[in-house]
Design a protein around this ligand. Structure first.
Ligand SMILES: [Zn+2]
Length: 427
């Protein structure tokens, strides 16, 4: 019937003005809405007279939480109408409670759940759900992304190297150094701009799949070796993993030099070693001398103190101990990815929601304490088995917010802003 009707959309300046509406200081009509929310200010504009004014926003400090891909995926399934009812009933409704709480806290400007390359890669390999998974992690990250694990690791090694060289008063790496996107502690704008609409790349998927296969094969062999090492204890494997690390980095650097491998993961190692060489050249060392010094460093005890190396070595040693004790379930590619995410991100998160298996490894006793403490982490860990504790933890975050903060949120975003966006996939 309306086949030939042309739909016109007329864009007016009024369309960008959102509630809540206040009395306009210029024309006195109750048409003074919010047009922009920025870093530390927000702007109101009148829908009637189009006059505007900007207001200061107080500084905020958001708590940083990390959710692993399993949590992202479960929440997506629960909210997505495309998953039929039978599927939905299988997924516990507790995931809906979790999403509700997280989404609310993000909107109240109290927490942020940065996304990671691990979310990106693990969503890419299920192409049919890539967009909806991405939609979920971006809803909670609000555009804040962690740097890749390899990048974070190289930051840590670089700092550790400078300490080894005797540099003083070095600044520790913090959450701001390991994330990109706009400032974590900014007041978020109402509009969500999803970056990288063309980031669905078949060649990346092929690369990921190939790498998974290679790593999977390697892990199978390592696990089989651990199963036979009946006389070793946790410390043996822990020390072995920590010592192997520096040598491995340096070896892959040399291999890259020889083969001129352009593969990005590898070239991160190259960049790191080249950066270290440059630091030494600046101090007047020749290339030859610099290389000698770096070989010393990669074999030193100092490099064993790099957080990433300690955490991943601890987790692998813990799995080795289980293997030698007769555990049959092999080390999976999923475990390796989880270890990578935990080792690179945990030092910068107040809390991490991880899978049950990783949780049990991190809370195992080593030397009279939990493994997480043993490797130097203060991070709180939660998993599906401790979901109630996680919901409690989130509840306390909301309760800890000051009245003036919550009033400011209402002033800027309106009364209904904190309600969870459970209709996310119906748009
Ligand atoms: Zn006005």
């Amino acid at each position: 019937m309306a086949k030939n009707k042309v739909h016109e959309i007329i864009i007016t300046p009024q369309m960008f003005i959102s509630p809540p509406f206040k009395k306009c200081p210029y024309c006195k009509e109750k048409e003074f809405g919010v047009v922009h929310i920025g870093d530390r200010t927000y702007t109101r504009r009148c829908r009637r007279c189009l006059q505007s004014s900007s207001y200061k926003l107080p500084p905020i400090k958001k708590r940083v939480l990390y959710l692993d891909q399993m949590a992202i995926s479960e929440m997506m399934k629960l909210l997505n109408p495309k998953f039929n009812e039978t599927r939905k009933s299988k997924v516990k409704s507790i995931w809906k409670d979790l999403f509700g709480k997280l989404d609310r806290l993000v909107k109240l400007q109290l927490i942020i759940c940065p996304d990671s390359t691990s979310h990106y890669y693990e969503s890419l390999i299920v192409p049919e759900y890539y967009q909806v998974l991405k939609r979920m992690y971006e809803q909670l990250s609000n555009g804040i992304s962690f740097h890749d694990a390899e990048v974070i690791k190289s930051f840590q090694i670089s700092l550790n190297f400078r300490e080894w060289m005797g540099e003083k008063n070095l600044k520790d790496i913090d959450i701001y150094n390991v994330t990109s996107g706009h400032d974590i502690d900014s007041w978020q704008d109402r509009l969500r701009i999803s970056v990288g609409v063309n980031d669905f790349d078949e060649s990346i998927i092929t690369n990921i799949k190939e790498e998974r296969e290679i790593v999977g094969e390697k892990m199978k062999k390592v696990f089989e070796r651990w199963q036979t090492e009946k006389s070793k204890n946790f410390t043996d494997w822990y020390e072995e993993e920590r010592s192997a690390f520096g040598k491995m980095v340096f070896r892959s650097y040399l291999e890259n030099i020889i083969s001129d491998n352009p593969f990005s993961m590898m070239s991160q190692t190259n960049t790191l070693v080249v950066d270290l060489i440059n630091r030494l050249s600046d101090k007047g060392l020749s290339n030859e001398e610099a290389l000698q010094k770096i070989i010393l460093y990669f074999g030193s005890n100092q490099i064993k103190e790099v957080p990433y190396i300690k955490i991943s070595a601890g987790l692998f040693a813990s799995i080795a101990r289980k293997a030698a004790n007769g555990q049959k379930k092999p080390l999976t590619i999923g475990d390796v990815n989880d270890i990578k995410a935990i080792s690179s991100l945990a030092p910068y998160c107040e809390a991490m929601f991880i899978d049950n298996k990783m949780y049990s490894l991190l809370t195992e006793r080593v030397d009279g304490k939990q493994l997480r403490e043993f490797v130097g982490l203060n991070t709180k860990f939660y998993c599906q088995n401790t979901m109630d504790d996680f919901l409690d933890f989130l509840q306390k975050i909301e309760e800890s917010a000051s009245k003036s903060h919550l009033a400011k949120v209402k002033e800027v975003y309106g009364d209904t802003w904190g309600e969870p966006f459970v209709e996310m996939y119906e748009y």
